[in-house]
Design a protein around this ligand. Sequence first.
Ligand SMILES: [Zn+2]
Length: 470
Amino acid sequence: MPPERKIATGPQTLCQKQDEAKAKGAISRRNFLCGSFAIAAALALGIKPAEAGDPPKVINGIETWGYQRPLSQTELYQLLLNSNAVFEGRKEVLEEGQFYLSVFIPQKAYQSLLNNESPQSFLLRHVNRLDRMIKSGNRYTNDTLIKGLAIRRLVVIEDGVDAPVSHQRARRYAGFKDSDGLWEIDASYTPEKSSYYHADEKIDYGLLHEWGHRVLYLPDQYALDASISELGSQSPDNNIPEIMELSSKRSNQPIIQSVNAFTGVPHAWQEYITSKRNDRFGNTLMNSSYNKFGPYESLQLYRRVKGKWTHKFEWLTSEAMWDFPNEVPAKTIVTFGKDYAGSDLKIYRTDGFYDSKQLENAPIFSGKLDTGGSVNIYNPFENTYMYAPGLPTQFVPSYRGDLFIKVIKPDGTIYFRWFDIRELNAAFWLGQTDAVGITMNLAAVDETPESFHWNTEYFTLSGNPIFTEN
Ligand SMILES: [Zn+2]
C-alpha cells in the first residue's frame, strides 16, 4: 500500500489530532497534559483502595489483568500503587536500549477488537514487529546497543475508566514506573480500517507509529514537510495577503514570502515532502508510517543509549514534539562535484510557524564552490534553536529545520535541492560532532522530486566513508 501523508489524510488517531491541535496553537506546546490528573491526584493523596482486581494470568504470552472482571477506577489505582511499590522495592533497573510498554484496553474493546483473534495475540504481533524494527537500527551503528521492545502487561479496564496513558510529563507521575510507554486501545479502534494497515502482515503501522511517539519518544519527521500551501507560489501578489492573514492570527509580525529563492525553480520543487525522498531519509515509520525504521529513528535512540538516558522521562518527553535536537556538526563540507566548480551557492532556511513555513527572504549562507565543487557551510542551524529549560539539548523547531540549496553556475544555469536537519543530526550522532563531509546530488530544472536521486554520502574529513548500512 502506498504510504500517505499523515497530516492530511486518513482516519486520525488521537496523536494526530493532538499534533494538529498543537500546530494550530490550540494547546500550549510544552504544557499540555491529556487526562491522568485524577490518577496523579489520587496517588499524591495516598489513596489506598482495598484490592486491585483478580490475579493476572499470562494469556498468549502477555500478563493480563482484569481478563475475567475488568478493573474499576479504584482497582486500577491500587494496581498502579502495588506495581510501582514492587518495582521500586526490587531496585529494578530498566535496561538501557530496551523499551517497555504497558497497554490498557476498555472492556468493550477487549471483547470486540478482532474477529478470530485475541487482543493478546494482536498486541504481541505488533510488539514483535516493532521490536524487530528497533533492532534493525543496529545496522547503522555496528553494535548491539539498541535492544528492542517488550510488553509488560495488558490491563482490561471498565469502560470509562481513566487510564494513565503516556502523554508528556504527567505519565511519569501517574503511570507504571516499569514502563516507558502506556497505551490505551481506543474502544472504537478497528485495525483493518487504519490507512496504514498492511493486510499481508496483519500489522497496523499507524499503531506502531503512535507507539513510536508514546513508547520511544520519537518526533514526527513529516513535521519537516513544507507544502505548497504553506510556502505559497513565487508570485507574491497572490500569496502575501493570505499568508499575512494566517500569520496575523498568531503574531503581529508580517511574514515576507521569499521570492528570491524560488526564481526559476519549477513548482514541484517549491515544496518539500520528506516522504517523497527515495533515500534513507524518505519513507520511514516516523515519517509516513511506513514499514521500516530509518537511520533517523535509529540514531536518535542510539544516542540516548550511549548517553544512558533511555529512560530519563523528563528529557524524553521533549523529544517527541515537532522539534529536532540542535545537535549538528560545527562544520559541514558539502561537495557537489567538479562540474559545479566556481558556481555560486545560496542556502535559504525555512521559518514561520508549525503550520505555515516560509523561506526566509535572505539566504543564510552565500559562497562560491571551489575547484572540487565544495564549500564549508559551517552549522546552518546555529542560533535557530529554542530554549528548553532543564534539558541537555536545545531544539530546532521543525519550521526552521529545512534548507533550500541553490547553486548557480557561471553561465547562469541553476540547480537546487532540499536538505534538512535530520541529515546533520545523523552525522553528529555517528560521532562527527566537529566536522563532516557530505557529497550530494543537485536537481536540474527538468527533474521532479520523485525522479531525483536523493543521494547523500557521508565522510570524515580525511575521506573515510561513514554511515554505511549492513
Ligand atoms: Zn505522529
